[in-house]
Design a protein. Structure first.
Length: 210
């Protein structure tokens, strides 16, 4: 199994390979391939799905479980998901171990292609080693202005940690567009702006967050 084959299979389901992890994995797994939304185009694909249209709860998690489980069966892999716990799989640790996600100046994970809009829908564990190219450095290393540090209207990251209460309290303030367009800090990241996520998708996640 080559990484290119996995990328093709994922792209057919509007998912992208967001990193590969080789160490400290569950028993029987030699390589773990992280999957996230492939942009642009993920949101139209998801909203056309039966999970989105049936009106039941947790449509994105149910879609992810169906689609990634199907991939796992087709590719002889084991599926893993960031939901469904406790216990929960260590997706943040896996993301950092892939070398493609890093701690940003505001503490949120930043990805080399998705920026602060990174999200993981699941992962595939393979019993054999999957070769992967060396990951690039953190995009923050070449970001001179670091607009993420000043984008939050209530400085929810000013203390060095995320003040969730202050963030949520400001969402109803006139002029705050985070609920309709997505987190201002995530949007401010130059890499995020080139990722292609639609505002409707960010609004969906903001409603779930609230």
């Amino acid at each position: 199994m080559r990484l290119a084959d996995i990328e093709i299979a994922a792209a057919g389901r509007q998912l992208g390979v967001m990193g590969v992890v080789q160490d400290d994995l569950p028993e029987g797994v030699a390589s773990l391939v992280l999957l996230g939304p492939l942009e642009p185009g993920f949101w139209p694909a998801f909203t056309a799905s039966p999970e989105y249209r049936d009106g039941a709860s947790h449509p994105l998690d149910r879609w992810s479980h169906r689609v990634i489980t199907g991939m796992a069966e087709a590719l002889n892999a084991t599926p893993f998901f960031p939901f469904g716990g406790p216990p929960y799989q260590p997706f943040i640790a896996w993301a950092k171990a892939s070398g493609r996600a890093h701690s940003s100046p505001v503490g949120l994970l930043v990805h080399d292609t998705a920026g602060l809009m990174i999200s993981y829908r699941g992962a595939l564990g393979f019993a054999r080693h999957i070769d992967a190219p060396a990951p690039p450095p953190s995009p923050c290393e070449r970001c001179e202005t670091r607009p993420c540090l000043t984008a939050c209207p209530v400085d929810a990251f000013a203390s060095g940690s995320y003040d969730v209460a202050a963030c949520k309290a400001d969402l109803d303030r006139p002029g705050n567009d985070c609920m309709t367009r997505g987190c201002a800090v995530r949007r401010a990241c130059p890499v995020s702006r080139g990722h292609g996520r639609l505002e409707a998708q960010s609004a969906f996640h903001m409603r779930a967050f609230r």
